[in-house]
Design a protein around this ligand. Structure first.
Ligand SMILES: [Zn+2]
Ligand SMILES: [Zn+2]
Length: 234
């Protein structure tokens, strides 16, 4: 029955390739064979802390300059033009099925790190309820739920709330920016889990991860890691 419903849905809403956006000839695939061959995860050398690709050295320029509050993390793909387009369609244009491919890739290419970090809980980066109403879903929660299924690690999408929409941070100093972001999140309970894995779609400056790590560490979290689908270049 489930298969039948899936087949009917595929006729009306055929799955598209998350990278080239073409309708998948084989509807059982998550990505077309051509794109699969051309899409490579970030390899080494990469920043020891945030996982961004680097030319040489242990840390990226950003991590050399700033002290991060999270412990370690990686993003799977470079946030280039095709991934930017893909994530935009996923977040804003109803291509939610792209999330299935994203989560599968995050698990496949991030598995080694997840095993090493051994997190006791997966927590998606929350979005403000106004945004949630507009968007209809939290893109990070979708990924976190699927990663939870792959790994068997519990997922708590309600542990951290985004209580305030973050206003433009452009005019603030680095310290003000950090304070501003930290107060935008609220941890809803005391934490008994020591190692927590944060999940999001894109890692850019790390300010969100830092803010969440700061809040979680105040409530008893000890090691805060992150896994994102994409990572910016430095
Ligand atoms: Zn494709
Ligand atoms: Zn870095």
């Amino acid at each position: 029955m489930k298969k039948l419903i899936e087949n009917i849905l595929n006729v009306f809403y055929p799955r598209c390739c998350p990278v080239c956006q073409k309708v998948l000839k084989d509807q059982n695939r998550m990505i077309c064979p051509e794109c699969e061959e051309n899409l490579h995860p970030v390899g080494h050398p990469r920043c020891f802390l945030c996982g961004k690709p680097v030319n040489a050295g242990e840390y990226c320029r950003d991590c050399e300059k700033h002290h991060h509050l999270f412990d370690q993390g990686i993003g799977i793909f470079v946030y280039d033009e095709r991934m930017r387009r893909s994530v935009t369609r996923y977040k804003y244009y109803g291509c939610r099925e792209y999330g299935d491919f994203y989560a599968a890739a995050m698990y496949r290419f991030g598995r080694k790190e997840i095993l090493r970090w051994d997190p006791q809980l997966i927590v998606p980066v929350p979005i403000h309820r106004t945004k949630l109403r507009m968007r209809g879903f939290n893109q990070s929660e979708y990924l976190a739920e699927r990663l939870g299924r792959y790994t068997g690690i519990p997922v708590d999408p309600d542990l951290v709330q985004k209580v305030r929409r973050t206003p433009s941070q452009k005019k603030l100093t680095a310290v003000q920016r950090r304070k501003n972001l930290e107060s935008a999140f609220r941890v809803t309970r005391k934490i008994s889990e020591k190692r927590i894995l944060l999940v999001d779609d894109v890692y850019t400056t790390g300010s969100t991860m830092d803010a969440m790590a700061a809040c979680l560490k105040k409530k008893g979290g000890e090691k805060i890691y992150f896994l994102t689908l994409c990572t910016g270049r430095t």
